[in-house]
Design a binder for this molecule. Structure first.
Ligand SMILES: [Zn+2]
Length: 384
C-alpha cells in the first residue's frame, strides 16, 4: 500500500469520526432546544416559529439527498441555520471560510514589505463564576468599540504604525470560573513594534474602556488583561488560530489526534463540548449552559475586519455573510436521493450518516444505498 493511500484512509476515517461527533452534537443541541420550548410535548406552529435557528438546522426542505462537491459528500436539501457560533455543522464551514480570507490578508501583508509586522493581542476582562454570558459579551465587544473609536487609540495607531486589524471573539466555559469571553486582535503594523511598550499602552486604553462601561468591576488585570505577542514565522498558523472553530480541537487537530478528552484537561471547555457524553456535570446544568450560549451568541459577529483591509489586500467584493458562505457550500452533484423517512432516520443516527457519507466519498454509492436501505428497512431510489 502506498503512503498516500494509507494517509487518505486515515484522513477519511478521522473525518468519519469527526462527522459522527458533530452530528451527535447537533442531535443533542436540538433535543435540548426543542425541549426547552415544548417541555417534551408536541410543539405548536407558534412555538416552532419561535425556535432559535440552530434548533431547526437540518430540517428537510424538498428533494433531500446526498451530494458530492469537491470530493466531499454531504446531505443536501435541508435547512441550514448558518450560525457562526452554535451549530456543530454550520459553524466549522463558516469559520474555515473566514480563516481562508484571513490567511490571504496575512500573506499579502508579509509579501508587500519586509518590515511589515503582525501583532497578536488578547484582551480579557475580570469576571466572576456566576456572571451571565450575554452581559460579558456586551462588555467585551462594547469596550473594544469604545477603545477603537477613541482619539487615544488613533494616536497610538499613528505612533506605532498600526494600519489594519482583525478582531475575533472567543468564548469558553470552565467549572471554576464560569463563562469567559475574550477578544483576539491581529494588528497589521508598518514595522514590528516593541511588544512590552505596546502592551503597556494598550493596557491603559483597554482598562479605561472597560472601566467606563462598567465602573464597579474589578480593574483589568495588569498581567493577564492584555497579552501582546509579536508574530514571527507563525503568521499563517495564527491566522488559522484566529478563526478556528470554537471547538478547541479544530478539524486539523481532530484529524491527527482524535483524542476527545484532550481539550478538557486544562479545565476550560469550548461550548460544543457541553454537548458531549461523559462530561462531569449534571445534565440540567449543561443543558442550561448550552441554551444560554445559543441565546447569547445569536446575531453576534464572530470576526470583524478593519474598514480597508479586505480591499487593500485584494479580496474581491464585500465580506460574505454567514448565510452566503453556507449557501456557497451547498452545490455539488446529486448522488443519492432520500425518502422522507430515510432522511429522518439518518438525521437521528450520527454514526450511520458519517459512515454513509464516507462510502459515497469512497465511490461506493451502491453500498451506501444498501446501508441506508437496511437502516430504514425500505428501498432507495438512486436516480435523482
Ligand atoms: Zn446549522
Amino acid at each position: 500500500m502506498s503512503i498516500d493511500y494509507v494517509d487518505a484512509r486515515r484522513e477519511s476515517e478521522s473525518l468519519r469520526r469527526w462527522r459522527q461527533t458533530q452530528y451527535a452534537r447537533r442531535c443533542r443541541s436540538q433535543a435540548w432546544l426543542l425541549d426547552r420550548v415544548g417541555h417534551g410535548q408536541q410543539l405548536t406552529i407558534g412555538q416552532l416559529g419561535a425556535l432559535p435557528r440552530p434548533a431547526r438546522c437540518g430540517w428537510p426542505l424538498t428533494g433531500v439527498g446526498i451530494r458530492l462537491y469537491e470530493g466531499r459528500a454531504f446531505l443536501h436539501g435541508a435547512q441550514h441555520c448558518a450560525s457562526p457560533w452554535a451549530c456543530p455543522l454550520c459553524t466549522p464551514v463558516i469559520r474555515s471560510r473566514r480563516a481562508q480570507d484571513l490567511r490571504h490578508a496575512v500573506h499579502w501583508w508579509r509579501q508587500t514589505k519586509d518590515a511589515h509586522g503582525l501583532v497578536f493581542v488578547t484582551l480579557t476582562v475580570p469576571h466572576s463564576k456566576s456572571e451571565r454570558l450575554g452581559a460579558l459579551i456586551d462588555l467585551v465587544a462594547g469596550s473594544w468599540s469604545r477603545m477603537r473609536g477613541s482619539h487615544a487609540w488613533r494616536r497610538l495607531a499613528d505612533r506605532t504604525g498600526i494600519r489594519h486589524h482583525v478582531r475575533s471573539m472567543e468564548i469558553t466555559w470552565s467549572p471554576t470560573s464560569g463563562w469567559h469571553a475574550h477578544l483576539h486582535v491581529l494588528l497589521f503594523t508598518e514595522t514590528m513594534p516593541d511588544a512590552k511598550t505596546l502592551k503597556k499602552s494598550i493596557h491603559v486604553l483597554w482598562a479605561e474602556a472597560v472601566h467606563a462601561l462598567d465602573p464597579d468591576r474589578k480593574p483589568v488585570s495588569k498581567r493577564h488583561g492584555v497579552i501582546v505577542e509579536s508574530v514571527t514565522d507563525e503568521g499563517l498558523l495564527l491566522a488559522e488560530y484566529m478563526s478556528k472553530t470554537p471547538d478547541k480541537r479544530d478539524i486539523a487537530l481532530e484529524m491527527t489526534r482524535g483524542d476527545r478528552k484532550q481539550g478538557r484537561r486544562a479545565g476550560s471547555m469550548n461550548p460544543f463540548e457541553l454537548l458531549d457524553d461523559g462530561i462531569d456535570l449534571n445534565e440540567r446544568t449543561t443543558r442550561a449552559l448550552w441554551c444560554e450560549y445559543v441565546d447569547s451568541t445569536y446575531r453576534r459577529r464572530t470576526i470583524t475586519w478593519s474598514r480597508k483591509l479586505r480591499t487593500d489586500s485584494g479580496l474581491a467584493g464585500t465580506e460574505p455573510t454567514d448565510r452566503q458562505i453556507i449557501d456557497d457550500a451547498i452545490h455539488g452533484t446529486p448522488v443519492i436521493s432520500l425518502t422522507a423517512p430515510a432522511y429522518r432516520m439518518l438525521r437521528r443516527s450520527p454514526s450511520i450518516i458519517a459512515a454513509t457519507l464516507q462510502l459515497v466519498e469512497d465511490g461506493q454509492v451502491p453500498l451506501a444505498e444498501t446501508v441506508i436501505g437496511q437502516a430504514t428497512g425500505m428501498d432507495m431510489d438512486s436516480r435523482s
